[in-house]
Write a protein that binds this ligand. Structure first.
Ligand code: HEC
Ligand code: HEC
Ligand code: HEC
Ligand code: HEC
Length: 317
């Protein structure tokens, strides 16, 4: 059984035994990437040295393109303070639950793993002070994974949730972005990229896979893992693009969502013989049907079905 399969199983059996830390009543807040650097240096370096998520913080707000887009949506002139831009472009960090949130980085660790104030003290507690990860019991592990997720953490193994989250920015499906605003942004030249595909966008500059036991190697995925990631990404894309069609009928927006739906359908049709759950998702693109597909493929090798559709390494972003 693969790593993801194991996690899926233990999560199913888990019970709540942790209580989220300080601030559990309030919304969890973002602590910023520096908070993670202390223990996740390798991941931090990947983010800092190679990604647009990192460099955009210094660049985007200065461009003429950005100024025109800000003008079209109204509100604060500086994108780092404009409530629309900060939804996707920045990590809005708070010192504590009551402090003001300030843009401190581009999209960073918590943009993908969840605002960390509540899950932070839970996620690396293996059963008390000094207990090493290798010494953690299976039961404790299951409880830890569940408790951190309940406190807002998106674990790497929750790859369908990770994918939906990429799309809330890259697919412009964020529910806090209304149809009128997205129309104004697009009219003013904001890009919308129907080509966002999870393998291509996550296995290039963004990739960080320093898993135990070899925590010094940024491991590449196997072909079977890539195939599963491809199908998972398209399952998420089909659900989010279908739901997004209701936001606005602006031609660029609707056109991009329809292109994503078409690509997702092609990928899911290719696996429908091997994965019977895909038929239900194709006829009713609901979140539950997508999760059923993702669950069903955890142990499957779909390289025969979608290997030919995978993006070439040279095209990775
Ligand atoms: C005090 C040290 C420490 C800090 C600070 C810390 N972490 Fe962790 N984190 C760990 C340890 C230890 C693990 C478990 C690693 C393992 O199982 O090999 C972990 C695991 C993780 C995982 C899951 C890895 C997996 O194998 O599934 C993610 C994601 C993660 N941390 C993100 C973050 C983010 C984001 C921050 C900053 C907000 C952060 N961590 C801050 C120690 C820390
Ligand atoms: C729903 C998420 C979302 C919102 C809201 C959003 N953007 Fe973007 N923006 C993106 C994404 C994703 C990209 C990258 C698109 C691509 O190339 O795939 C992008 C790209 C850009 C670019 C072109 C790339 C660059 O760095 O020069 C500019 C300029 C830009 N955004 C400005 C803005 C401004 C200004 C606002 C606020 C008025 C804003 N965006 C709001 C998601 C968003
Ligand atoms: C663009 C989204 C994104 C950002 C930004 C991001 N991660 Fe991740 N992270 C992921 C995904 C996706 C995985 C799963 C990788 C896999 O299993 O293939 C992951 C896996 C991990 C893991 C487990 C693998 C490993 O390297 O041990 C840790 C720990 C982690 N991230 C920490 C961080 C930290 C710390 C930062 C900020 C410096 C960060 N992540 C930024 C998406 C992101
Ligand atoms: C909080 C919003 C947000 C999330 C979540 C997010 N991104 Fe991004 N991403 C952006 C923005 C904004 C840009 C554009 C930055 C710029 O050009 O200024 C971007 C740029 C990128 C780029 C560079 C694209 C290029 O053309 O060079 C890649 C690759 C990428 N993101 C991958 C991912 C993946 C994979 C995920 C999910 C695992 C993800 N992103 C999640 C906002 C986000």
């Amino acid at each position: 059984m693969g790593r993801h399969g194991f996690y899926g199983l233990v999560i199913g059996l888990a019970t709540i035994a942790f209580s989220p830390g300080v601030g559990a009543q309030a919304e969890p807040f973002f602590q910023g990437p520096k908070k993670c650097l202390e223990c996740h240096e390798a991941e931090y370096k990947v983010w800092e040295e190679g990604t647009k998520h990192f460099t955009s913080f210094k660049e985007m707000h200065k461009t003429d393109e950005a100024k025109a887009i800000v003008k079209a949506v109204g509100g604060k002139k500086n994108p780092k303070r404009n409530q629309v831009c900060t939804l996707c472009h920045y990590t809005m960090v708070q010192k504590d639950a009551d402090a003001e949130a300030k843009a401190r980085a581009g999209p960073s660790c918590e943009s993908c793993h969840g605002a960390s104030s509540d899950w932070f003290p839970i996620h690396d507690n293996f059963g008390g002070a000094g207990v090493k990860p290798e010494a953690e019991t299976a039961e404790h592990r299951a409880e830890r994974l569940k408790a951190a997720a309940d406190a807002g953490m998106t674990w790497p193994y929750m790859i369908y949730d990770v994918a939906l989250n990429c799309l809330s920015c890259h697919g412009m499906t964020n529910p806090e972005l209304d149809g009128e605003t997205v129309t104004a942004m697009l009219e003013a030249g904001h890009p919308i990229n129907p080509e966002f595909e999870l393998v291509r966008y996550s296995q290039g500059t963004v990739r960080h896979r320093f898993y135990r036991p070899d925590t010094t190697t940024n491991a590449e995925m196997t072909p079977a893992e890539l195939a599963r990631l491809f199908v998972t990404g398209h399952a998420a894309s089909l659900v989010s693009a279908t739901a997004a069609l209701g936001k606005t009928d602006h031609a660029k927006y609707a056109g991009a969502q329809k292109a994503r739906i078409e690509a997702a359908r092609a990928a899911l049709e290719a696996v429908s013989a091997a994965v019977p759950e895909a038929a239900a998702l194709l006829s009713e693109p609901s979140d539950a049907n997508a999760r059923a597909v993702v669950e069903a493929i955890l142990d499957k090798d779909l390289t025969q079905e979608v290997g030919g559709m995978l993006p070439g390494k040279g095209t990775y972003k």
